[in-house]
Unconditional design. Structure first.
Length: 382
């Protein structure tokens, strides 16, 4: 493995930028084998975040196996997702696949993992859970990863909204990033799109600042349906139109975002696996980030934030995977964000017939995503 060396000035700048982040006080749970994948060990750290409300916390999960590590990767989940293992086999979980091959994975729980009570009514606290606030949370988590891994530069990966945050973090701390692994998510739009920020913010405020992943189905019904498909897809359907609960959920998910958009359960993904992933989601997410994300994506440099100040001039290597199921604009935005970042080291992978979630739990994800990701990381970690 090649030893990474950096100019003294670059290291000094990075150290100064990370000083406040490194000062965070973390509580740690002892390292323990991961149930269902006993050779993989998990450690958890948790810290509070400003302004210090009941739900202002983040958590980092480390997944690794015995033996020396070859690289460290900070993983940023998508909307309503978290850093807890949902699937415990390496064919359907990138973290376990990488951990078994010498890449320590540090997966983040956003603040959304903490308002877990279904009785939460007032989501006004989410008005403070902005893009900048979450990016600073990531910077704090990255400081922990550097401390624990002993590495000055980290690989950073994100899925969906996590891809957006991978770019955002690279925008504020580029000297600390060895490379970005972007899983089906954009940062900038390939074409200009009219956007009235003030009007959209007013809508978010009127709706109570937070979005509920369960939608009109309701949280309890969502949990019951997905839980049944996760436990036994051959079990009785809850809707008499279907022969099994697996068929019911497969049809629901296949059509959720247009045919095969969310997940192509007919060709790419087993309904039991995607149900196991979905049933572990966080319930709430700050809707203000939808507005801020659109504002950032719509212009070259959004004056309200620093996360995109140097976009187009970045030198961080980028590995991109994009699904076709989400439609041409979403895919083009993902390709554009990687290609126009400024990096001269960009690898683009378009996965035909993939839905959004298939990139992380699909039957071909190991061959099409996990193995190329490992090879790409190891090539740049030498």
């Amino acid at each position: 493995m090649r030893t990474l060396r950096f100019p003294a000035l670059a290291l000094a700048v990075l150290a100064a930028a990370s000083a406040s982040a490194a000062d965070a006080t973390w509580t740690a749970a002892p390292e323990a084998p991961l149930t269902g994948a006993d050779d993989v060990r998990e450690t958890r750290w948790e810290t509070s975040r400003p302004p210090g409300g009941a739900y202002d916390h983040i958590r980092v999960h480390r997944y690794r196996t015995a033996g020396p590590a070859k690289a460290a990767l900070l993983y940023l989940p998508g909307t309503n997702m978290n850093g807890q293992v949902a699937l415990r086999d390496e064919d359907h979980n990138l973290w376990i696949f990488l951990a078994r091959r010498g890449v320590e994975v540090y997966a983040l729980d956003y603040r959304t993992a903490f308002p877990i009570s279904t009785g939460v009514q007032d989501l006004g606290f989410m008005a403070e859970w902005t893009v900048d606030a979450f990016t600073e949370d990531i910077r704090v988590a990255a400081a922990l990863v550097r401390r624990e891994s002993g590495r000055a530069k980290l690989f950073v990966s994100g899925f969906s909204r996590g891809a957006f945050f991978a770019y955002a973090y690279a925008g504020v701390e580029p000297d600390g990033v060895a490379g970005l692994v972007i899983l089906d998510g954009p940062f900038k739009n390939h074409a200009a799109a009219p956007f009235d920020r003030a009007a959209e913010l007013a809508k978010v405020k009127a709706s109570g600042w937070g979005s509920d992943v369960s939608g009109p189905m309701g949280w309890e019904n969502r949990e019951k349906l997905l839980g049944a498909a996760a436990d036994n897809p051959a079990g009785a359907a809850l809707d008499p139109k279907f022969s099994t609960v697996g068929d019911q959920v497969s049809d629901l998910l296949y059509n959720a975002w247009g045919p095969g958009g969310l997940t192509n359960t007919r060709k790419q993904t087993k309904v039991q696996n995607v149900s196991r992933l979905l049933v572990g989601y966080d319930r709430w997410y700050p809707a203000i980030q939808n507005v801020e994300g659109r504002a950032i994506a719509s212009v070259v440099d959004d004056p309200s934030t620093k996360v995109d100040d140097n976009f187009g001039k970045w030198t961080v290597p980028v590995l991109f995977f994009g699904s076709t199921g989400m439609g041409a604009d979403f895919l083009l935005n993902g390709i554009y964000s990687a290609a126009k970042s400024g990096s001269k080291d960009v690898t683009l992978n378009v996965l035909e017939g993939y839905g959004h979630l298939d990139i992380v739990v699909g039957e071909k994800a190991r061959a099409d995503v996990f193995e190329p990701t490992l090879a790409w990381i190891l090539e740049r970690a030498r």
